[in-house]
Design a protein around this ligand. Structure first.
Ligand code: GDL
Length: 447
């Protein structure tokens, strides 16, 4: 692993950018976990992306300066990203000048590290751009090289410049996003001093292997920099992820320039992801994600002081296991689910035997979800509330069902708290009912 290995956080999700208070807390954690880089790229800071041509007002600039100074005070490299790709006219010299001006304004605030991002943009070019550059890759690499030379001409040799390609994962590459030889052309033409982002085989990659990265590095002619979306939750409002950083072998570290982690929108829910990411980055010979998770949960537990009944660490682990990783529940949640299935599927005359193994953890889970409302840390309560509420609704229903079946196994389940319309109602829910997804990923209409 290189001495200047980049590690840290990308504020790069869709949704409201973090507040100053949240960013301060993030930086305290980053410092404690020895994470060294903060990439400023909130998709919904309008002037970062949609309105990329418009400079910050002096009020906005001074707010940004607070963050920049705070990063530096915490020993964290601040990287400013701009995303002009939604509507940039690559061939127009004035567009380059505008971009340069935007970065210049931030340079004056003390920033020396920059990124240009071309993710999630229309995969098409204006006729004028096509005539001038031929391909998307050549147009983007022209812009990135120009800015890189402009900025690094004046900066120290420590300054870094990052580039996010339009196809930024294996699946997009296979689909030919950005054009057939897009990544090859980036490898050939992008200045070798520029680091290139990559999210792995998928946008959200559960696994990233050394061989996957090796073949990409060949094409890019440089080791990539990981933009890791493992714990990002902007694509699903009901979930968050507090499972351990995992699915990457330790050897991967020597194949990449670093790992920048695009996390849960709710800043406060990233304690375990970042602590375990730090464990992974600093691990010597071995790495056990579950162990790292359980240790991190022990520390996070201190934030769960309740004004009601105390929250036990074991119960917090059970809750955390329900919001573990995108493709995986933690072992206790997986066990609870298995027990629930066994109990529900058992024939009426055998149900009794499966009742207790389900009912005991389900009751604990329902209770801890209820206890979240009493957290003394009201910010943590706000961050968790909607998600634990949904989980509690489902546990409550199953437990009501269990109780009714215990007294009358053949009874028809009814709950006064789960009524049509208010329970699982609404347009999104109805639309979800129209199409079913199979385990192989394909969809079929529900008939
Ligand atoms: C993406 C976006 C990112 C978003 C994430 C998860 C990259 C490079 N871009 O595709 O902003 O938060 O997915 O939804 O990952």
């Amino acid at each position: 692993m290189k001495a200047d290995f980049l590690s840290g956080v990308i504020e790069g999700f869709y949704g409201p950018p973090w507040t100053t208070t949240e960013r301060s807390m993030v930086l305290n954690w980053m410092q404690a976990f020895q994470l060294n880089t903060y990439l400023y790229a909130p998709k919904d800071d309008l002037k970062q992306r949609l309105l990329w041509r418009v400079p910050y007002t002096s009020q906005e600039a001074s707010e940004l300066k607070v963050l920049i100074d705070n990063c530096h005070a915490h020993g964290v490299r601040f990287v400013f990203a701009i995303s002009p790709g939604l509507d940039m006219a690559y061939a127009q010299a004035s567009e380059l000048e505008t971009l340069q001006g935007r970065l210049e304004q931030v340079h004056e605030l003390g920033v020396r590290d920059f990124a240009i991002l071309f993710d999630d943009i229309p995969d098409s070019m204006r006729a004028e751009d096509r005539r001038r550059f031929g391909t998307f890759a050549l147009a983007q690499s022209h812009v990135a090289n120009h800015l890189y030379r402009y900025l690094t001409g004046r900066a120290s040799s420590r300054a870094r410049f990052f580039f996010c390609p339009t196809p930024y994962c294996g699946r997009m590459r296979r689909a030919g996003l950005g054009g057939e030889r897009y990544l090859e052309e980036i490898g050939e033409t992008l200045d070798p001093g520029i680091d290139v982002f990559w999210t792995g085989p998928e946008i959200i990659s559960s696994q990233i292997s050394v061989s996957h990265i090796e073949s990409l590095a060949n094409t890019l002619r440089r080791p990539p920099l990981l933009w890791d979306n493992l714990h990002a939750n902007d694509y699903d409002g009901q979930r968050f992820y507090c499972g351990p950083y995992s699915g990457r072998p330790l050897e991967l570290r020597s194949e990449i320039q670093g790992i920048l982690h695009n996390p849960n929108n709710e800043a406060l829910l990233n304690f375990v992801p970042w602590k375990t990411l730090s464990d992974f980055i600093h691990a010597k010979a071995t790495w056990n994600p579950r162990e790292s998770y359980l240790n991190a949960m022990k520390d996070w537990h201190a934030s769960f002081e309740s004004a009601g009944s105390p929250i036990d660490l074991e119960d917090l682990v059970l809750l955390g296991d329900c919001f573990y990783l995108p493709e995986e529940e933690g072992s206790e949640a997986a066990q609870l689910f298995h027990n629930a299935e066994q109990w529900l599927k058992a024939p009426l005359d055998k149900k009794q035997g499966f009742y207790r193994p389900f009912q005991e953890p389900a009751t604990r889970l329902r209770n801890i979800c209820g206890e979240i409302v009493n957290l003394e840390d009201r910010h943590l309560f706000s961050a968790l509330h909607r998600k634990t509420w949904d989980l509690r609704e489902e546990m409550e229903l199953l437990l009501t069902f269990a109780k009714q079946m215990k007294s009358d196994p053949a009874s028809q389940l009814r709950s006064d708290y789960h009524l049509p319309g208010t329970y699982r109602g609404g347009m999104v829910s109805k639309l979800r009912g129209l199409i079913e997804q199979r385990s192989d990923g394909s969809f079929i209409p529900v008939t």
